[in-house]
Design a protein around this ligand. Structure first.
Ligand code: AMP
Ligand code: MG
Length: 390
């Protein structure tokens, strides 16, 4: 059994160079940039007004200004402003020659073609040419995850398509002679397949292209055939169930027979101790224990960071600092536990009522995992903890 940190170290060593492909701007959300985004232009592209108001010379101490022009956003000013003069200007419009200050509308009054000051506005209210970005600046780097602001930034650079990393193909197999698909009748001794769906959803949410190869009975030949098909097609293969020490847990042996090099097959983690990780060439294989909370947790802790790596993204989970709302205690401390908790906006962390790794219905109220390190038996009410957002 290896410590969680050791398993993470092994997974961190994996290197992968994903290929890139061209996508249209609106198809780029949640993808990872496969190129640097350079600016070809100044941002803003000209000195512009930050307010609706009147453009004047800043050294003009007149109280009344003749309005020589009205400048709408998108128009090019036709007249310069001199002493005692101003141009009425809208937010985002280009500043006229002679003006280096905009007096906001709220401290003025308009009368007989003139603007009269009624209050004081000391700000210059100008966004200057190139103050945000200069031509040639790298505005987004290769490997950056594209969220809504990034979509906007790329649009503001005038790009309608660009390179992102290709989505990794993840193959999923569920093993277990007791497993049936939702929609079918449940007979005695059977349970519904939840793992295939939860893992697929996690992989899709991370950004993968998923192939679900179906449910396989606990039969060596059937499992081997399914695994070898997926190994040939996918960058990552996730196998649910059959990795423990039961008489029908065939997966680790089959992986070895299929030419997969196992890097670990037992981790001091709770839930999910029998997790298996191996590689065949550049294909990564995880054997996930069948209990649904184990599968979910192991995906979050071990699979997700590696899957992001296949997408060209260097992922670090977000940790939230909180205070324990009640005591958490456990009887054994040989393994590092990940406990489903609720992080509340008041900063308190509340462990969920949780009956163990089969208790999938404990998860909907949880929004984070609390890591309880090996050697620690309790986290008492009031202690400061960092929880991992899920
Ligand atoms: P295993 O890892 O195959 O020993 O399975 C451990 C537990 O998880 C058993 O109670 C299984 O019935 C259950 N289990 C295995 N696969 C699934 C699945 N796909 N969906 C829901 N539960 C499962
Ligand atoms: Mg099984």
């Amino acid at each position: 059994m290896i410590p969680v940190e050791e398993a993470e170290k092994i997974l961190n060593k994996i290197t992968y160079r994903p290929e890139t492909e061209e996508v249209a701007l609106m198809d780029s959300l949640d993808r990872v940039l496969g190129q640097n985004i350079f600016s070809a232009i100044n941002m803003p592209p000209f000195d512009k007004s930050a307010m609706d108001g009147y453009a004047v010379a800043s050294n003009d101490d007149s109280k009344k200004f003749e309005i020589v022009e009205v400048i709408a956003a998108g128009n090019v000013p036709q007249k310069a402003v001199g002493k005692g003069q101003c141009s009425k200007i809208m937010t985002g419009a280009m500043l006229p020659p002679g003006a280096d200050r905009v007096i906001k509308k709220e401290v003025t009054e308009e009368k007989d073609g003139c603007m009269v000051l009624t209050g004081d506005d000391r700000n210059l209210n100008i966004c200057y040419l190139g103050e945000d970005v200069r031509p040639g600046d790298v505005v987004l780097k290769k490997g950056h995850l594209i969220r809504p602001p990034e979509v906007g930034i790329i649009a503001s650079m005038g790009l309608s398509s660009f390179q992102v990393y290709k989505k990794p193909r993840v193959g999923i197999i569920t093993t277990g002679s007791e497993i049936v698909s939702p929609g079918q009748r449940l007979r005695k001794g059977q349970i519904y397949n939840s793992n295939a769906y939860s893992i697929s959803a996690q992989a899709i949410q991370t950004g993968a292209e998923v192939t679900f190869a179906g449910i396989v009975k606990d039969d060596k030949t059937c499992i081997k055939e399914k695994i070898s098909n997926l190994l040939a097609e996918c960058q990552m293969v996730l196998i649910s169930g059959g990795v423990s020490v039961g008489d029908y847990d065939f997966v680790p042996g089959i992986l070895k027979d299929s030419g997969v090099k196992l890097h670990f097959d037992n981790v001091a983690i709770q839930p999910g101790k029998p997790t298996v990780f191996g590689t065949r060439g550049s294909t990564l294989v995880f054997g996930l224990p069948g209990n649904p909370v184990s599968t979910f947790t192991i995906f979050e802790v071990f699979v997700k960071p590696v899957l992001y790596k296949l997408m060209g993204y260097d992922y670090t989970p977000l940790l939230l600092k909180g205070v324990m709302k009640k005591d958490f205690k456990r009887k054994r401390s040989v393994r590092t536990a990940f406990v489903p908790v609720r992080y509340n906006n008041d900063g308190f962390v509340e462990p969920m009522e949780y009956h163990g790794s089969a208790h999938l219905t404990a998860l909907p109220q949880a929004n984070a995992l609390l890591k309880v390190p090996t050697g620690e038996y309790e986290l008492l009410k009031g202690s400061v903890v960092y929880v991992r957002q899920i």
